[in-house]
Design a protein around this ligand. Structure first.
Ligand code: ADP
Ligand code: ZN
Length: 628
């Protein structure tokens, strides 16, 4: 239902009155006082009403042309009418009353009631003020509606007693589910957990691209534990007046505490949890800061034992205020990727459960054709296919409906560059295989945990995930060199296989260059420049992306530094080329495995390497040899 803003109630009667006054003015003829006097004496007026400043009455029109000049008389006359109302400004004329008495007309004074005009003289400016304010607020984006909406914040807390969603409804993200099972157990039975001394996280941050099922997963946790689910969206706070957001947060936590055990879900956490300072333009956005502060205060203030767990979702974890990620706040992170082939098949299975499928429909080829689709896209696909079938008057959804639906959705997604064409996919597969194999064959590099060619985030088209075997605080030159090689692995693989390179390696090259620069200018790892350091360390330790500092050395040294960086990169390039040429067959195998399965985990990689080695024992090549 739409609410009618209060100011309507002020303006509409005003307009109404204005219209009435104009109509009244149309009917009433203005009369000069002297003319009125003449007409009075001639007995042409009657029913006079005398107020402080005007004389109103009725004028008999017949024969007035004998009294008034012709022009005036014509102006007063109205076709087909014998009488007309008139108004005349009253002048200070002591002879008025005697004249009226002499003419024998009926006259009366009027006690003017003042309240109406007084009311309007107040109301009108107030209404005007609100209208202008509301307009200004709307313009400046402060409030989405009129100013009288204050206090009725848009950020609504939604509370569901039962979400009705279970883990069965969430498919293809088993790792994430495993991590949340503990939370479910705790919510089901907080007392028991407490007795056993279990430590439960206060906040869990779910990170993932839009549509990967973050909200669904949060609801499933609430559903599995059969607890209420409070949800609120961070972006709704942004439009509000100062202080309202903070009050909402306080409110939310108070409500949740009463319903504990329960779950609070904050969607789009980044909107309200942006790092303080990022968005501060001339002191603006203090509202967002206040809200964020209140959230931090609330999170610190309550203890988990009460049974309230906060889940939050974001697709931009990198812009979150670090304070949100500290221990005791959102210290546990779960990341959701777009599903791989198997995952997509499982998700399709979930969504086709309630759809009548023709017997020939096979979900496997559908999954194969939908690389890059997120869970929401797949749900949409099933829905679209069902609609198409209905439009064609079928009683079952057939494979052709799915095909048509895929084409439609792919066309939409391609605009958002979320779906790769087969060539791009092959390039990415070789690129990632290159990274992975170099990591595999460099003794000091971190072990590969997972390789994927499913787009993740905006920039990365695929990724190779390496897990360090231990935490390292000191790195040797040999280890840094190995890292450098891994950075270059992707690019070199493209070079070897396609004889051409793509733009996809840009980030790798930047990382490699920064790493080389650090080695030379900060860690004294160059023979030509020796032990001197040339840059002040400002950025976090070993952060390869940190910006170079202002130069504090001569132009000649600068040239030497550049030459040394180029040399380091060049040598790495040679080494990597050597390794990948020697392992070309394995590279091909891994790339085609990636193309087929989209993700390759540790076990599959081990199996592949073993198989390859067994087949290639006789002519084993020396690793790192320079095969140009
Ligand atoms: P997010 O919050 O990450 O943007 P949602 O949780 O709102 O995404 O997902 C939107 C819809 O997509 C869900 O309601 C569900 O129908 C579907 N969906 C997403 N991920 C999955 C999944 N892993 N399994 C089943 N359905 C999913
Ligand atoms: Zn890369």
């Amino acid at each position: 239902m739409r609410r009618i803003p209060i100011w309507y109630w002020l303006v509409i009667p005003l307009i109404f009155m204005l219209v009435q006054v104009t109509i009244e003015a149309q009917r009433t003829a203005p009369l000069a006082y002297s003319d009125f006097k003449h007409l009075l004496k001639a007995g042409k007026v009657e029913n006079l009403l005398i107020t402080d400043d005007a004389i109103k009455g009725t004028l008999r029109l017949d024969g007035i042309e004998k009294i008034l000049p012709k022009q005036k008389a014509d102006a007063l006359k109205q076709a087909g009418q014998a009488e007309r109302a008139f108004i005349s400004v009253r002048v200070n004329d002591p002879a008025l009353v005697p004249d009226m008495d002499a003419a024998g007309v009926h006259y009366a004074g009027e006690v003017r009631s003042e309240w109406l005009s007084t009311l309007f003289s107040w109301l009108f400016p107030i209404a005007l003020f609100f209208a202008v304010w509301g307009y200004a607020a709307k313009k400046s984006g402060l409030s989405s509606g009129w100013a009288l909406d204050i206090g009725k914040s848009k950020a609504r807390v939604y509370m569901e007693h039962k979400t009705g969603v279970t883990f069965d409804d969430v498919a293809g993200i088993d790792e994430a589910k495993d991590e949340l099972i503990e939370v479910v157990e705790f919510l089901k039975n907080p007392q028991r957990y407490r007795r056993l001394g279990g430590k439960i996280p206060k906040g869990v941050l779910i990170v993932g691209a839009p549509g990967t099922g973050k909200t669904l997963l949060a609801k499933a946790v609430a559903g599995e534990a059969a607890v209420p689910f409070f949800s609120i969206s961070g972006s709704e706070f942004v439009e509000m007046f100062v202080g309202v957001g903070a009050a909402r947060v306080r409110d939310l936590f108070a409500q949740a505490e009463q319903k504990a055990p329960c779950i609070i879900f904050i969607d789009e956490l980044d909107a309200l949890g942006k790092a303080r300072g990022i968005s501060t333009i001339a002191g603006g956005h203090s509202e967002q800061e206040q809200t964020l502060n209140q959230l931090l205060v609330e999170m610190d203030g309550f203890d988990t034992n009460k049974g309230v767990i906060i889940l939050a979702a974001t697709n931009r974890p990198e812009i979150l205020d670090p304070a949100l990620l500290r221990p005791g706040r959102f210290d546990r992170h779960i990341s959701l990727d777009r599903p791989d082939l198997k995952g997509r098949e499982k998700i399709l299975a979930v969504h086709t459960k309630h759809v009548i499928l023709a017997p020939e429909v096979d979900l496997t080829p559908i999954a194969a054709r939908t690389a890059g689709f997120a869970g929401a896209d797949l749900a949409n696909l099933v829905n679209e296919a069902a609609l198409l079938a209905a439009r064609h008057n079928k009683d079952k959804v057939e494979m052709s409906d799915f095909d048509e639906a895929i084409d439609r959705i792919v066309a939409g997604l391609e605009k958002k560059t979320r779906v790769m064409n087969p060539q791009e996919k092959e390039t990415v597969a070789y690129h990632e295989a290159g990274h992975a194999l170099i990591a595999e064959f460099r003794s000091h590099a971190d072990r590969v945990a997972k390789i994927s060619i499913i787009p993740r985030g905006i920039a990365a088209l695929g990724y190779t995930q390496q897990l360090p075997t231990e935490d390292r605080y000191l790195l040797k030159r040999s280890e840094l060199l190995d890292r450098l090689d891994v950075f270059l692995g992707g690019r070199v693989a493209e070079e070897l296989v396609f004889g051409d390179v793509s733009t996809g390696a840009q980030n790798d090259l930047q990382l490699a260059t920064n790493m080389a620069r650090h080695m030379i200018t900060q860690y004294g790892m160059s023979d030509r420049l020796g032990l001197a350091t040339f840059e002040e360390v400002r950025a976090p330790f070993l952060n390869p992306l940190s910006l170079p500092e202002k130069k504090i050395y001569s132009e000649r040294t600068a040239e030497t530094i550049d030459a040394e960086i180029a040399k380091l990169l060049d040598e790495a390039h040679q080494r990597v080329r050597g390794t990948l040429s020697a392992k070309r067959r394995l590279l091909d195998l891994l790339a085609s495995m990636l193309l087929e399965k989209e993700t390759v985990d540790r076990a599959a990689l081990d199996a592949l390497i073993k198989e390859h080695d067994a087949a290639a024992t006789p002519t084993r090549q020396v690793e790192g040899s320079h095969a140009a």
